[in-house]
Design a protein around this ligand. Sequence first.
Ligand SMILES: Cc1cc2nc3c(=O)[nH]c(=O)nc-3n(C[C@H](O)[C@H](O)[C@H](O)COP(=O)(O)O)c2cc1C
Length: 340
Amino acid sequence: MQDPERAHEMTVLGLKIMHNSPFLCGLLHRLNRNSPNRPIELFGLKFPNAVGLAAGLDKNAQFWRASAAMGFGHVEVGTVTLKPQPGNPRPRLFRFPAEEALINRMGFNNEGAEAVAARLKSAGAHRFRPIPLGINIGKSKSADLSKTAEDYLASFHHLADYADYFAINVSSPNTPALRQLQGHKYLPGLLQAISQANLNRAQKLGLKPIPLLVKIAPDLNYEEIDSILSDVLELDYDGIIASNTTVERPGAFSRVNEPGGLSGKPLHHRAVQIIQYIHNATNGRLPIIGVGGVSDVESAGRMADAGASLVQIYSGLIFKGPYLPSQISRALAPRHENWV
Ligand SMILES: Cc1cc2nc3c(=O)[nH]c(=O)nc-3n(C[C@H](O)[C@H](O)[C@H](O)COP(=O)(O)O)c2cc1C
């Protein structure tokens, strides 16, 4: 069997070729154009449909125009860290086709904030982005926990000119200690520092602040989620992305001995539970982007029913292919009226 990461790299290569060809993007876009989508307005942005590409596939912002042409209504690039880093040794990506699941321990392999910013600039992303472009930022592996805010802030400053929203990633399981940032000891300080930098930048440039969201893990208990929600609401963050991959090994996965984050179908139930919990706890006041095991119209609908305003897909795309975003967004379109 082909190494899953090799297969993944071939897909990314195809998407990069498309990204650089206005002709191919236009063609694919026309194939997806007959969707009756109605835009969704959320945190001051207009999303052409409810289905986005989750972080982790386009880590270095290499094919976001191709993602738009594929029918995604937004794309979240990254995770980008301040320093370029190679990630963990291979193999680090494992496929479970029967379960439509992946385990990964990539470890934030990415080219670093400066290089990603340069690529976005040369692609003209400071002037025009066909769909909202979220940039997911995370902690460099080498940054000490006590220096985390500076590390995120430097990435924020490199990338801010290209971001329609920022996702503050404190939830990937493959960077040592990263998830500790979700706790009350670190989170308020980190979120406050980024929010302040965002407000200062907006004031200086006469722009609106960039929407800020926090991406959380599915392995938190409800007390921990409450603590995050109170920080997020107090600091006026714009939303939550729930959720990242899980370190739990439900069902048959209890026998799988590969460390890393599990995604895809086995994550879905927990992700929906968390969305429902956040929706109830905040009386629907805090926008939620739902992610985790969205693999068809039904699973996307469950997230919407639980309170998600938008959904994102990663594993589903790997197992179901490139028509999935359009299929789901078409089916969800008639519900948008109730979402906004
Ligand atoms: C190979 C792989 C790499 C990922 N890398 C990132 C990442 O860099 N940053 C991040 O926030 N989430 C990352 N994720 C998590 C996804 O964005 C998503 O939250 C998770 O996979 C659940 O969605 P899914 O079930 O649709 O895959 C990654 C997931 C996979 C499978």
